[in-house]
Design a protein around this ligand. Structure first.
Ligand code: GDP
Length: 295
């Protein structure tokens, strides 16, 4: 995960690490290298610039230069700032309401259906919940089959209505079914498209209005870098989602989406996907991720 970015940041730091004295010029040059490393990792340009300007200012203001181990202090500062950039502290999923309704949104192939299964597994095993999955992709029968298979793997129930062509009605039926049958979380897996599509956006806005979800999670493939960030912006403008799920981090060597998304859409990353299996899901911890990136 993010090996490429870690390597580049490490190289940018080499000059400073272990040095007894550091000059203002050293810091400025290192920050330039760090900015380059971030841009290479497909971090949003404004984010990278604001970040390195900020670290530089804090480094110069915090007596880093005159400290005994300036390299170490700067690393610590970078660690804190990187964590802050990714949201600071972990953002909890709000599952207090009974039932809690969670809407899953995103483009095709992002990993929505896989994540729906993983989230059910997480809520069952970690939060002691009884989730109901709702198959709300009316365009791809295979998507309903896939959800049923995944639900079977994690032992969760699924609500489907294969006769209906009305995703708004299906979502409402799903919530009603959950209430009648004692499910305390409803996870609605919605339809995606290969690219942003107006009809789809209107449809998911209508589903949102119909079921009034406590959580709307936007699922996006981490490996798509700035495309992920741009798509997040469009979905957030329309849906005002409550959190991001970054999938396929196991294959992402650069980390541009993880580092930029919070600063661009101002919504937290709540979960990450780290593989295809149903237990490859983690709550996102910005501080741990920062330490991991800096190695
Ligand atoms: P959807 O179209 O958004 O519902 O996407 P799917 O859930 O069908 O996922 C698309 C592909 O990505 C599938 O082959 C999944 O197994 C795979 N996938 C989903 N999440 C992850 C992940 O975190 N890591 C990896 N390596 N693959 C994933």
């Amino acid at each position: 995960m993010f090996e490429n970015l870690s390597d580049k940041l490490d190289r940018a730091f080499k000059v400073l690490k272990g040095q007894g004295t550091i000059t203002e010029i050293n810091v400025a040059e290192t920050m330039k290298e760090i900015r380059k490393a971030l841009l290479d990792a497909d971090v949003n340009y404004k984010t990278a610039k604001a970040f390195t300007d900020d670290v530089k200012q804090k480094a110069l203001g915090n007596n880093v230069l005159t400290s005994i181990s300036p390299g170490q202090l700067l690393t610590k500062l970078m660690n804190d700032e990187l964590a802050e950039l990714m949201g600071g502290t972990a953002a909890e999923l709000d599952v207090k309401a009974s039932p809690t309704v969670i809407l899953i949104a995103g483009l095709n192939g992002a990993g929505k259906t896989t994540f729906t299964g993983k989230l059910a597994n997480y809520l069952k095993t970690q939060k002691n919940k009884k989730p109901l999955l709702v198959a709300d992709d009316i365009y791809r029968p295979a998507a309903i089959d896939q959800l049923e298979v995944l639900a079977g793997q994690v032992g969760a129930a699924v609500y489907t209505n294969r006769e209906s062509k009305d995703p708004i009605a299906i979502a409402k039926e799903g919530v009603a079914y959950a209430k009648q049958n004692g499910y305390n979380v409803v996870i609605i897996d919605t339809a995606g498209r290969l690219s942003i599509d107006e009809a789809l956006m209107v449809e998911i806005e209508q589903v949102k209005a119909a079921v009034n979800p406590q959580e709307i999670l936007f699922v996006v493939d981490s490996m798509t870098g700035q495309d992920a960030v741009n798509t997040a912006k469009v979905f957030n403008d329309r849906l005002d989602f409550t959190g991001v799920v970054l999938t396929k981090l196991d294959g992402d060597t650069r980390g541009g989406a993880a580092l930029s998304i919070k600063s661009v859409v101002n919504k937290p990353i709540k979960f990450i996907g780290t593989g295809e299996k149903m237990d490859a899901i983690d709550v996102f911890h910005p501080d741990r991720m920062a330490s991991r990136i800096l190695g």
